[in-house]
Write a protein that binds this ligand. Structure first.
Ligand SMILES: C[S@@+](CC[C@H](N)C(=O)[O-])C[C@H]1O[C@@H](n2cnc3c(N)ncnc32)[C@H](O)[C@@H]1O
Length: 294
């Protein structure tokens, strides 16, 4: 079978079909365009057909390939972890903007999954003390594999802990300069859930699914102040329609400088606030990912 015939018959979006050809048959886009009559050998064809069937069944491309790029790094992923999303890079950028000049900030990533946020921070801030928590042992196995692959051997290791949000932390954990989380926030009846059926339910709706999807966000906001340094930041990813609710939670918990960051698509995506340090408060409520008021 030729490349042209396989592309015509695979019944996939062209971008996915080209990704499979590149990753599983070593055929790049230029070759497809220049030599569409090239013949696929039987082994490559079998790999491509099996992968195409999985994609047609609704599996994310990242699970089929076994990896997803996030913040410029390649993360191993499997169905034990949420596929890292580009909009979550906003959490990493938020921390980098505030702590790039800080000598060795203490950072905590709650619900680390593949380790995408924690490891992006650990790689970008070599002296940061990075802690990460997840309730799922299967997810932590993936995060550990990513840590082995991505962290330079000389770097202080990531502290990866299993447990229920802050209850996972040992008594000697520091107070953190910044706590970030992309927790489960999908509402129990959300119409997108069937399309996300291949990803872990714990990552999407949490252990106690709720009609508003805010259960875990509420718990994290409630307990975060006890784990932040004075002036320390809390930044939480949330759903496109949860910005106001998250700002209300942050303000009601007594946090300062409550604001929402928009992702590159202009969607309100991260609620952020900090523990009082006695300094003058900002008044902005909504800013985009580059820090401008909008
Ligand atoms: C939306 S996923 C985020 C994964 C990763 N941080 C990312 O952005 O790609 C949420 C993660 O929170 C974890 N999780 C859910 N409930 C938890 C809990 N009560 N305590 C700790 N982790 C929890 C899930 O296992 C999942 O890995």
């Amino acid at each position: 079978m030729t490349l042209r015939d396989w592309l015509a018959g695979c019944a996939l979006a062209r971008v996915d079909a080209l990704a499979l050809l590149r990753e599983l048959a070593g055929v790049d886009h230029a070759t497809v365009l220049a030599h569409p009559q090239r013949v696929l050998d039987a082994a490559a064809r079998a790999r491509l057909d099996a992968a195409a069937a999985r994609l047609r069944g609704g599996e994310p491309l990242a699970y089929v390939l076994g990896w997803r790029e996030f913040h410029g790094l390649r993360f191993q992923v499997d169905p034990a972890v949420l596929v890292p999303r580009p909009e979550t890079e906003l959490l990493v950028d938020f921390v980098l903007q505030r702590f790039a000049g800080n000598d060795a900030p203490a950072l905590l990533d709650l619900g680390t999954g593949s380790g995408a946020v924690a490891l992006s921070l650990a790689c970008a801030l070599p002296r940061a003390q990075v802690w990460a928590v997840d309730a799922s042992e299967a997810a932590l196995r993936v995060a550990r594999a990513n840590a082995r692959a991505l962290l330079p051997p000389a770097r202080a290791p990531l502290r990866l802990l299993r447990g229920d949000w802050f209850a996972a932390l040992p008594d000697d954990a520091p107070r953190f300069d910044c706590i970030v989380a992309n927790p489960p926030y999908v509402a129990a009846g959300d119409p997108h859930l069937p399309a996300l059926r291949h990803e872990p339910r714990l990552a999407l709706v949490g252990a106690e699914p709720s009609a508003d999807g805010l259960t875990d966000l509420r718990r994290i906001v409630r307990d975060a102040p006890a784990h932040l340094r004075r002036g320390g930041w809390l930044a939480l990813e949330h759903g496109h329609d949860q910005a106001r609710a998250v700002r209300t939670l942050l303000a009601a918990r007594g946090l300062r400088d409550v604001h929402t960051l928009k992702d590159l698509a202009g969607i309100a995506r991260v609620g952020a606030a900090r523990l009082d340090d006695g300094a003058i408060s900002l008044n902005n409520t909504v800013r985009n990912g580059l820090g401008r008021t909008s």
